[in-house]
Design a protein. Sequence first.
Length: 451
Amino acid sequence: MPAEPLSCVAPEPVSHVAGVRPSGAVLAPERPEPRRGGRAPSRQAPRVRRDVLFWLGCAVLALVLALVTTLTPHRTWGACAAVGYAVAAELARRAPRPWSGRSALAAVLGAVVVPLALMVAAGAAQSEVYVVERSGALLLDSGSPYVPHPVGVDDYNPYLPGMALFGIPHALFDGTAFADARVWFCAVFLVSLLVAGRRSGRNSPGPGGGSGGRAVVLLAAFPAVALPLVVGGVDLPVIGLMCLGLALAGRGGTGAAAGLAMGAAAALKWTAWPLLPVGLVLLAVRAGRRAAVRAGVVAVLVAALAVVPAALADPHAFVEHVVLFPLGEGGVRSPAASPLPGHLLATYVPGGSALAMAALVAAAGGVGVSLAVRPPRTVLAAADRLALGLGLAMCLIPAARFGYLVYPLVLAVWFRRAEPVRAARRVGRSVGVGRGSCGAPKPPCGGWLGG
C-alpha cells in the first residue's frame, strides 16, 4: 500500500498546549479572574435602568390621578401624561444610554404640550388662571387689578399687581391661543431657567454647568412641574425668576441684573420676597457690598414700580386682597387649606394661628441668623438656604397648599442639574470605562438627558 501523505500542518508545540509549561510541568486549568472586590461575575439578568423606572412611576402617578380626581383639568392632564410617560419609558428602555433625549421629549409632549393645547382650546383651567386674566382687564380699565368689593372666593386676587401683566394678553387678544395666561406663565418660566442655566454655568457642579436646555426639558416633564404648568401655573414664573435672580447674583458683576430679576419676582407674589435677603447676601460675598446695595436698590425700585401705583389706585382693595385674604383674615376664608402643620395648628389648637405665626417668625429668624453667621458662598448653597426657608414657611403658614412645595423642590433640584454628569464621569474613571478600543475617551453622556 502506498504511504499516506504527510500532513502540511505542523504539530502544536507542547509549550503552547494549555496547562503545560515549556519545562513540561502540568498546570491547573486557568480560572476566570474575579472582579475587583473579590466577587465573581454575575450571571443574573440586567437590572431595569433608573430612567425607565422613573418614567414608569410617573405614568402610574398620572394614571392614578386621572382615575381618582374629580377635577376635569386634572383628569385631562392625568390621561395625557400617563400615555406620554409610558411612551417615554419604552423609548428609554430601547435607548443605548440613560436619560435619552427622545424619552424626555416624549414625556414633555404627553405631560405638557398636548394637555395644555387641549385645555387652552377648551378653555379649561383652574380658577387662578381666570383670576389673573380678569386682573389684567381690571388693570387696564381702572389701574387696580383688584375687585373693589369681593363677595366670593373667586373674586379675590391674592397676587401682587405684577401678576396682572400675564392677564393683559387675554384682555387684548381674547379668542386666540396666545391670550391664555398659562402660555405666558410657561414662557417666562422656561426662558428664565434657560438663562439661569447659562448664567450659573461657571458655578454649577458639573463641567461647564452645561445641559441647561436638556435639564429644562426634564424638569418640565416632572409631574410636580408639568401639572401646574398645564392647569394653573401662577407660581412657576415666580420660581423661574427666583432661579434667575440667584444665578445672576452668583455670577457677581455690578448687581443691576440680579436686582432686576429679583425685583421682577418680588412684584408677582409675596412668596418671592425671601429671595431678597438670600440673593443679596450671596451677591455681597461674590462681588462686594457695593454690588449688593445696588442690587437691593434696583430690586426695590422694580417691585415698587409694579406695586405702588396699583396699591394707591385702591388701597382698601389692595389690603383686602393681598394682605388679609392670604392670612385667612379676609371677608372670605382662603381655600388654601392643605393639612400642613400651620393649618392644623390654626384649625384644631386654641390660639393655633398665633402659634403658627410665632413658629413662622422663629423659622425666618433662624434662616436670617444662618445668613449672617455662615453666608452662602455658592449659588447651590444659596439655593439650598432659600429652599429650606421657603419649605419651612410653606409648612407653617396657616393658609397653604401642597402645591406651594414646588418652590423648594425646584430650587433644590435645578442648581444640581449637572451633578449626574460629574458622578457618571467619576465612576467611569474609577472603573476604566468610557474609552474606545484605541484608548481615546468617548464623549460624555450629555447631562440629564443624554444624547
